[in-house]
Design a protein around this ligand. Sequence first.
Ligand SMILES: Cc1cc2nc3c(=O)[nH]c(=O)nc-3n(C[C@H](O)[C@H](O)[C@H](O)COP(=O)(O)OP(=O)(O)OC[C@H]3O[C@@H](n4cnc5c(N)ncnc54)[C@H](O)[C@@H]3O)c2cc1C
Length: 400
Amino acid sequence: MSTETVIKPDHEAGRKHFIFTQEHEDLRESMTDWVKKELYPHRNEWEETKWPDSAMQRAGELGYLGLCFPEEYGGQGGDYYYSLVRAEALSHSANGGLGMGFAVQTDMVLPPVHLLGTEEQKQKYLAPGIRGERIGALGITEPGAGSDVAGIRTTAILDGDEYVINGSKTFITNAARADFMVLVTKTDPDAGHDGITLMLIDIRDENGNDLPGFSVAQNLEKMGMLSSDTGELAFEDFRVPADSVLGQVGKGFYHISWELQSERLVAAAGSNASAERLLETAIEYAKDRNAFGRPIGKFQAIRHKIADMATKIEASKQFTYSVAWRVNNGEYPVREISMAKLLSAQMACEVADQVIQIHGGYGYMKEYEVERAYRDLRLNRIGAGTDEVMLEVIGRSYGL
Ligand SMILES: Cc1cc2nc3c(=O)[nH]c(=O)nc-3n(C[C@H](O)[C@H](O)[C@H](O)COP(=O)(O)OP(=O)(O)OC[C@H]3O[C@@H](n4cnc5c(N)ncnc54)[C@H](O)[C@@H]3O)c2cc1C
């Protein structure tokens, strides 16, 4: 290297990842602006009241719910990367419950309707779902079966031209507000994995009243994600038309396993982005807070914590993006999706813990809001498949 060409580190260089185009970045900017203006200011209030349906409607009006769906249903026709951009933008709401409620709609309920639904089902659920006029919920988990999806007991038995549904679901996000559901049922209880069928059903009428045979048995109190509603649902001789089947009869286990993959990768993007927001808060705090006559960020112990978090966040983010690139290019990399979900969730929980530590006693106070992230993020190691289930999927993928 000659003396004229001294190259210095450029820490402020642009960090746009190669998977994202300028259109993705423009969307990120406009959506982040909206989140900061219209959602972030309500982050504390909504912990008490739950986020309002009007927030979803507004997102629909602005086109944020249909980013990856075809224009003929009111979507924007974008690629899979837009799901990641949306999850990242929502992290600026500083409200995990809202991000989760939105993700149920955009990344868990609507994708299977789009992939598997008949034209009639798409008109009835996908199009109004994209507009934010109808809100959906996903019902997999039951009191007796969570990780073990094939162990569910809810039945949907054909009776003439109707299915009769009986059973209960628990921990269901959007339970108190949803108009419709993708429900995992057993149409042939003796057929194991091949007896599972997805149902796409209305659960409330246009006035928001429960349809006969459906009820919320309990609104559940929880540790975090407080702005989101979580419920236990009961179906008692709940009758739905035979054409409520989503996808193929008996193939529901495989359909839902597919749905879980994209949900997990979006969850990974959300974990990474939440960790990034926490890191920004910690850096700011480490510069402002003085102890022993200097900003705490000047203590190596704190600086190293920040460096360590920044390194892990960056690695997890890059890995998530590389897996998303494979998905967007037509692969189905279940092993790596599971790795991204596991790594990002554990990393985000570790970051939340360290960021509270950096804030000292203030980290423990509600006022500084890092305690909320700590509580909210803890779910990411449980929901959408626990750490242990991710490890099982990864381990078994090597033939073990
Ligand atoms: C706030 C919240 C929102 C949720 N939203 C929804 C929703 O909208 N829709 C929905 O369907 N579900 C939802 N869930 C449920 C969530 O997906 C389940 O809680 C999760 O899948 C784990 O199931 P479980 O709670 O029954 O735990 P279990 O399956 O009973 O697991 C208990 C423990 O055993 C471990 N374990 C289980 N199987 C194995 C194994 N094979 N090997 C090693 N360890 C194992 C688990 O990792 C865990 O540590 C939500 C949960 C919460 C808390």
